[in-house]
Design a binder for this molecule. Structure first.
Ligand SMILES: Cc1cc(-c2ccco2)c2oc(N)nc2c1
Length: 158
């Protein structure tokens, strides 16, 4: 019986740059990633995305500014969990990114990303994100570093 948990992931864009955070502790530690986390029982997915972004790097974004780009499902061989990850992006935001206990934020040129220090699936689906296409992906992991199999496809509408 698989336990599905919903997560958010927000990518902030500025010209040809993308804001990534270096996870200083917890799940995904020592990897650069978008900002996000668990959706609490009492909140919408959009509200969770906005809350996590603010908690992790201090930026504020409006719900209407977030564009839902992807639905990604992550499973782990031998574990009954499935991470149902909703990916959003925006180029409209308020504030300047600040370092928090969780995250060290940094702007990267989108053609110079630290993929060796990111989740292995990112190099597979980031090109879809940069085409601003809606897409759906399923990735089956063995541990945190090895993708056993995956599928990805563009969607016309979510
Ligand atoms: C297995 C996995 C999990 C996550 C994640 C998102 C939010 C919390 O964990 C990922 O994020 C990325 N970029 N790849 C990921 C793979």
């Amino acid at each position: 019986m698989v336990l599905r948990k919903v997560y958010t992931l927000v990518f902030v864009r500025k010209e040809n740059q993308i804001l990534l955070g270096y996870k200083k502790r917890g799940f995904g530690m020592n990897k650069w990633n978008g900002f996000g986390g668990k959706v609490e029982p009492n909140e919408s997915i959009l509200d969770a995305a906005i809350r996590e972004l603010n908690e992790e790097c201090g930026l504020t974004v409006e719900t209407t500014d977030l564009k839902n780009l992807a639905h990604l499902e992550f499973t782990f061989t031998g574990e009954p969990v499935m991470m149902d990850c909703r990916v959003f992006s925006t180029n409209i935001f308020n504030g300047t990114p600040i370092e928090t206990e969780e995250m060290l934020p940094r702007w990267f040129q989108i053609d110079q990303l630290p993929f060796d220090n990111m989740w292995p699936d990112d190099r597979i689906w980031f090109p879809y994100m940069f085409k601003n296409k809606l897409f759906y992906g399923k990735f089956n992991f063995n541990g945190v570093d090895t993708i056993l199999n995956y599928k990805i496809r563009e969607l016309e509408s979510m």
